[in-house]
Design a protein around this ligand. Structure first.
Ligand SMILES: [Cu+2]
Length: 350
């Protein structure tokens, strides 16, 4: 009998009428993993390990309140400073970039549970415009703040609930560990012209400071040359951090469709609804006439659309890339809008 490569075996199945097995690791099928921006989308069989690395770049610019875009002058003229005086916001963020390096390990001690551990390294920078004095729109100058370091880590379990020939369902339950800093400082330009070094506002901090719960449910269905999936993933901030606040809960509801071009290549389209609540409590060290210091100006409701590409080699090495563009965003603002995100990743199971 002719010896087939895994890709040839998969191709033979692809062009036959048979349904590809949902979870056969001896068969190459690029779309058996979700688009790379979906976390914890798949589990493993007993004894399998997987290593993953993801890089994410996120760009934010232009302020918005609700669904209305605002110029920096409008932010500085029309929005109250909760820590008055001065009566209005005087420092306006104009641009933010975030890069994230995520390393993950998966291991399945049995066929029901797959354990996942994740570490992050984050780099953030934010550009600001400072207006002079307590009122008016005379520009005083600009400044940039930068932070970098470990983000929060997580450990979670993926629990297989259902699997048949062409669909699978699993539950996600885990906890985040507060390994990211919440007391990063930076030099700022105050409306008085002074340049003090202060604890930076919440969006520039690297972690939540709290142990948070991770929840989720994933459902994937495979057809001969296409597949689709849907997932809910939440972070529930049920415990306060050491600074007497907790970041808002986060929920992601996503659905994707993937088309298999060949066993090694697939393309995907995905929608994601992202919700982030406001901060509960406050850090008494974060008080400045800037929107990012206000615990009630952190909430986000956003609908993102993504296009992605997955590649799987015959040896089980995977590459994935996804470009994410926001369709709609409703912000408890003023807050910077998300402009775009790019996620690329590498995965290897053994
Ligand atoms: Cu995996």
């Amino acid at each position: 009998m002719r010896v087939q490569t895994p890709a040839a075996a998969a191709a033979a199945l692809l062009f036959s009428t048979a349904v590809l097995p949902i979870h056969a690791d001896d068969i190459v099928r690029a779309d058996s993993h979700a688009p790379i921006g979906v976390m914890g989308d798949h589990y493993h069989d007993k004894g399998e390990w997987m290593f993953s690395y993801r890089y994410m770049d996120m760009s934010m610019k232009t302020n918005r309140d609700g669904t209305t875009d605002l110029s920096p002058e409008e932010v500085a003229s029309n929005y109250a400073n909760p820590f008055a005086p001065p009566p209005n916001l005087r420092v306006v963020p104009t641009k933010m970039d975030m890069q994230m390096h995520m390393v993950g390990v998966m291991y399945a001690p049995n066929d029901t549970v797959t354990l996942v551990g994740m570490l992050n390294y984050i780099e953030k920078d934010m550009e600001h415009l400072t207006y002079m004095g307590p009122t008016g729109t005379t520009e005083l100058g600009t400044f940039v703040t930068r932070t970098s370091g470990m983000g929060d880590s997580s450990v979670s379990a993926l629990v297989r609930l259902h699997e048949n020939d062409n669909s699978r369902v699993h539950l996600t339950a885990g906890v985040t560990l507060p390994t990211g800093s919440t007391d990063e400082t930076g030099q700022v330009l105050a409306p008085t012209g002074q340049e003090p070094t202060l604890r930076l506002p919440y969006p520039m901090q690297l972690g939540s400071g709290s142990y948070d719960l991770i929840t989720g449910l994933t459902w994937v269905t495979m057809h001969k040359s296409w597949s689709w999936g849907t997932q809910w993933r939440g972070i529930l901030r049920v415990f306060n951090n050491d600074e007497d606040y907790n970041l808002g809960d986060e929920h992601r509801f996503t659905a994707w469709g993937s088309k298999l071009f060949s066993p090694n290549w697939s393309g995907s389209a995905r929608l994601e609804y992202y919700y982030r609540g406001n901060i509960d409590g406050m850090d008494a060290m974060i008080m400045a006439p800037v929107q990012t210091a206000d615990p009630s100006r952190q909430g986000i409701k956003r609908l993102d659309a993504s296009l992605g590409l997955n590649f799987e080699s015959d040896g089980g090495h995977r590459l994935g890339a996804e470009f994410v563009y926001p369709l709609e965003q409703d912000l408890d603002g003023p807050q910077l809008k998300t402009d775009w995100q790019v996620i690329v990743g590498y995965q290897f199971a053994f």
